[in-house]
Design a protein around this ligand. Structure first.
Ligand code: SF4
Ligand code: FES
Length: 322
């Protein structure tokens, strides 16, 4: 949208929303008639609730991020909209969602790069006026309203009638994870899988000593080429974008997932770590590296520039050759 320069535009954000049903009582939860939620025997429950789509139209600057727009919506149009973020600078990994179906961080997705000029009339039912199913209250939201503005748009606000419409951006929770509410996915399975692979340095615990009996502070010195083997991997922010792109991951019950394997690879490639063999054993399981189908969809979205698919392939080779 280079032609728009710094002009204010309107943008429509279409959000897949979800409001969980209240938990059932302990009596029902422990019922012997309750089915396991997965054929792999996991007891993790996927929340049930109400799903609907909601559109918000607001004024913004073409270089605003989708996160800027969601914050403006939350402040001025709909305080019930739920999403997660922290740093707003692509550093914490907490705001991974699907933007137009592609796993992306909300804070790095500029609206000028993602807005599509497709029709707003997509045949989906809309909720008007919008009710919050959790509280049962009705909110004064009018999809199509242009009363919201991102901070950048507010600084150069033009009358809504004279602003061009940039298009539509569709948002949904990160694929492959159970949704907790609106755009918030339950990332606990990913964190549990990472914990399972012991994401910390394991050395023998015995400090080397110099010839005069003092602790050898140079013991863990590494050459630049040793550091280069894992330095990029240590930049993983556990955002889950690679897992959301992986067609095999789907919640991590059949596949431990690329994020956990990247963390494992970070320590396998660290010359200071003494647990290489146990680490390779730990990923040589049916739900470990063997479950990776080398689709390599995981490489494209990594915000830290890690070629995740290539790392999976390197791990496959390391397990085979050990
Ligand atoms: S490897 Fe990249 S995409 Fe995957 S969790 Fe780490 S930072 Fe995110
Ligand atoms: S909010 Fe931290 S990475 Fe986007």
């Amino acid at each position: 949208m280079g032609g728009l320069g710094s002009a204010t535009v309107t943008i429509t954000i279409r959000v897949n929303r979800f409001a969980p049903r209240p938990e059932r009582s302990e009596h029902h939860a422990d019922s012997r008639f309750r089915k396991a939620s997965s054929p792999f025997g996991s007891t993790r429950k996927r929340p049930r609730g109400r799903q609907w789509r909601q559109e918000y139209t607001l004024r913004a600057h073409p270089h605003d991020t989708v996160l800027d727009c969601l914050l403006a919506i939350k402040r001025t149009l709909d305080p019930t909209l739920a999403f997660r973020y922290s740093c707003a600078h692509g550093m914490c990994g907490s705001d991974a969602v699907a933007v137009n179906g592609t796993p992306t961080l909300l804070c790095t997705a500029k609206i000028c790069d993602y807005a599509r000029q497709d029709s707003l009339d997509d045949g989906f039912r809309r909720t008007l006026p919008t009710a919050d199913p959790a509280s049962g209250t009705r909110s004064p939201i009018k999809p199509g309203s242009t009363t919201a503005m991102s901070p950048a748009a507010a600084a150069s606000a033009a009358p809504a009638s004279s602003t061009p419409h940039l298009g539509v951006i569709e948002l949904a929770p990160l694929p492959g994870f159970a949704v907790q509410r609106d755009l918030i996915a339950d990332i606990d399975p990913m964190l549990e899988q990472i914990k399972r692979l012991q994401p910390y340095l394991q050395a023998d615990g015995v400090l080397a000593t110099t010839h005069d009996g003092k602790a050898d502070v140079l013991e863990y010195l590494q050459k630049p080429e040793q550091l280069a083997k894992y330095e990029l991997l240590s930049n993983c922010i556990v955002c889950g974008l690679c897992e959301g792109s992986c067609p095999v991951f789907a919640g991590g019950e059949a596949f431990i997932g690329p994020a956990a394997l990247v963390v494992a690879s970070r320590f396998i490639n660290d010359s200071r770590d003494d647990a290489t063999q146990p680490r390779l054993d730990a990923i040589d399981t049916a739900d470990g590296i063997a479950a990776c189908q080398s689709v390599r969809a995981c490489s494209r979205p990594c915000p830290r520039g890690i070629d995740v698919g290539e790392e999976m392939w390197q791990l496959t080779t390391a397990v085979r050759e050990r």
